[in-house]
Design a protein around this ligand. Structure first.
Ligand SMILES: C[S@@+](CC[C@H](N)C(=O)[O-])C[C@H]1O[C@@H](n2cnc3c(N)ncnc32)[C@H](O)[C@@H]1O
Length: 387
């Protein structure tokens, strides 16, 4: 069905005081004049809408709604009693869905009761209560149900020796809250890696979160990834990528999304295992996108990228053939919106860090999440990142 999208609005340009209150008639200048000229010359305009989103750190999220043609403009009397310019716009047909409609649709999904399973939902929680927040499974394009057949693993299954070698007395002694002088902050180069909202400030070779060996409380600012999911994630069937992952919530740039889990194998075990042709992920192949996160070298030439502590190249593989989590469904992209940051918190073995995934940009609801697996984008039908 053809749908015409019309828009009437005022620019709010001119005749306002410092509190944005209309205190005089607008004149045909600034933004109003620009729009009037665009109408006159038939120039299409891009519409970007600010939407309030519940739970977002910034008060509004701005989304692109497409190209519009300006049909008419007139001087009207605004609520204030002063003259304001109004514009009527018509959305040009044949464009991708409006960003604001996608936000509205995601809002509907978020507010629906969990007990009601809408069409297309195969599971309202593939983690079966193992995650703090349910992970949905959605397929409205074919009969594939593959993600239902794996055991859900919230944390990777490391070999037991990884924990046995981890010594007590290697954490901080902070009782109330951790500061920049705390032992864990020192291990992170004298700073907390996260801001007050828990967003990653700078990528590092590895982050030491406070954890098992620390005295600080669970609310400590240096405990983020170990607290699990904070966004409603959905594994969904995509015509382009097979199964993919998206979020019903806006994910803030720098926010932790989820861990990449599986059964950890040593190099020797992986060699035997790969002969069986099963699915193996090699974490050393993930690209080093963390180096870009918080990198200020273009602004401050003297900026030194964190290089401490240098960690040995990752030498393990992850078997996702039977047990996995939501991360395993993330697609490959050479311009990803998600990156891997290595983290330690429950053991001290630098050879076996956790692979924690963070947002590299603000990711609007229902946008597919993607990672740079460090492989060529040639899909053979098998897991290209394996073997
Ligand atoms: C780690 S898995 C991601 C989950 C996978 N899409 C699935 O259906 O289970 C990687 C595989 O997904 C597919 N894939 C990932 N990114 C893709 C992309 N950008 N375009 C097409 N296929 C992609 C390829 O088959 C690839 O081997």
């Amino acid at each position: 069905m053809r749908m015409l999208v019309m828009l009437s609005f005022t620019t709010g340009h001119g005749g306002q005081d410092k509190f944005n209150r209309q205190c005089a008639h607008q004149k045909l200048e600034g933004g109003n004049l620009a729009l009037e000229r665009s109408m006159h010359y038939g120039i299409e305009v891009r519409v970007i809408r600010g939407k309030k989103i519940h739970g977002a750190v910034s008060s509004k999220v701005y989304v692109y709604d497409g190209l519009y043609r300006i049909l008419e403009t007139w001087l009207d009397v605004g609520k204030s009693g002063f003259g304001v310019y109004k514009f009527k716009l018509l959305r040009i047909e044949g464009q991708p869905e409006m960003g604001s409609s996608i936000l509205k649709f995601a809002e509907g999904l978020r507010t629906r009761p969990l007990t009601v399973r809408p069409r297309g939902y195969l599971s309202m929680d593939i983690s079966q209560n193992k995650e703090k927040i349910p992970v949905f499974l959605f397929n409205d394009i074919d009969s594939d149900q593959d993600p239902l057949y794996y055991d859900y693993l919230t944390t990777p299954a490391f070999p037991t020796h990884v924990y046995q070698q981890s010594a007590h007395g290697t954490g901080c002694e902070c009782v109330v809250s951790c500061s920049e002088n705390c032992f864990c902050a020192m291990k992170n180069g004298g700073e907390c890696p996260y801001d007050q909202n828990g967003f990653l400030l700078r990528g590092k070779p590895v982050i030491f979160e406070c954890g098992t060996f620390c005295r600080c409380p669970p609310q400590c600012r240096n405990r983020v990834t170990q607290n699990g999911l904070t966004n409603r994630l959905e594994v969904f069937r995509s015509r382009e990528t097979g199964w993919g992952v998206r979020s019903l919530d806006l994910i803030h740039a720098g926010a932790f999304i989820c861990e990449y889990t599986g059964v950890i194998l040593t190099r020797e075990q992986a060699q035997i295992f790969s002969m069986n042709g099963d699915s193996l992920i090699y974490p050393h192949r993930f690209s080093d996108r963390w180096t870009e996160w918080g990198d200020l070298s273009q602004i401050y030439p003297d900026y030194v990228r964190p290089a401490f502590p240098a960690i040995p190249p990752l030498d393990f593989a992850m078997d996702v053939s039977k047990m996995r989590n939501v991360a395993c469904y993330m697609s490959q992209s050479t311009t990803p919106n998600v990156m891997v940051q290595l983290v330690l918190y429950d053991h001290n073995n630098l050879m076996f860090p956790h692979l924690m995934l963070f947002a590299m940009e603000n990711i609007p609801p229902l946008r597919e999440l993607s990672l740079d697996y460090g492989v060529a984008e040639e899909w053979t039908g098998k897991l290209a990142i394996c073997n």
